[in-house]
Design a protein. Sequence first.
Length: 328
Amino acid sequence: MMLNSNNKLIGGEPEIADNGQFYGITNSGRSSLRWAIESMRLQGKRILVPDFLCQIVIDVLLEYKVQLSFYTIQDDFEFCLLNKTENIDAVYLVKYFGCESESFLKCISSSKKPLIIDDVFGVELNKIKADIHWCYFNSLRKITPVSDYSNLISNYPLTDVNKKRLVSFSSLKYKAKANKFNFTQRSIGNESDYLNDFSNAESILDNNIGIFTPEDKSIFLARDFYQGIEKERRVRLDNLNIAKEKLHKSSFIDIKTNFPTFLPILLSERDKIRSQLMSYSMFLAVHWPRVAGSSNTLPDRILSLPLDSRYTKKDIEKICEVINALNG
């Protein structure tokens, strides 16, 4: 039957436009990275990677016999790839703390090489106008209460993979999260119990190589997170602005992102100040610690200030005041 242009079609199955993208869900950024490497057929190939990178990424690339070359990330997360892409097969990009630097955006728009886009602290894919093959992934377990969930998106079909379950990892993470809640909110239990469980859960993930699916609980919690994302976004943006206002201008990297996760703090005596912060019950994470073969000094100086909705304006102001005092 031909469509009558004078009448709007009513009823039948809902339609959807083909946006040219292909989707996968795994339990972690490393699982999504493995799937991306297999889908892009990069096993044994040459990949240009930043010298400010998570060791897990290096380990996964080496699993696939990838040959690594490094490019330098500056203190403001800018970089230059001039004369570095001639003899490589793909470029690995990182959106540090969800920040799209000018270099990042330029590479996305002009790269002639396939791209792996690592946005582990991100929640959504911004539009990518690139004809080359690309894969994007995030990791909600890094920035939300969800224990095991990562989105993988590609502009070419993803290869069929046998995704396995890793129930022990997810279960132990949720047990640790529940015990932390009981300890911090209800004064029940011991701090060491949930800290040990967190550590043991990460060991399970480290010791199991493969591509894993998220557990059902995580899929439901991820749905709940995305349903409330706009409220969460507003709180995080407010906290980011407060932190930038209260901290000394020279002590943080001025990131621009539409969904803040952490504000990167730059400290010449990072480890000393981090240890001192613990006496105030402030436990700030170190993301992207030093990896072998890198001479970048960022891993030794950067500290992550959390901005999520667990923290009020007063919380952010207090931690900023302490950091300013300890940093002179």
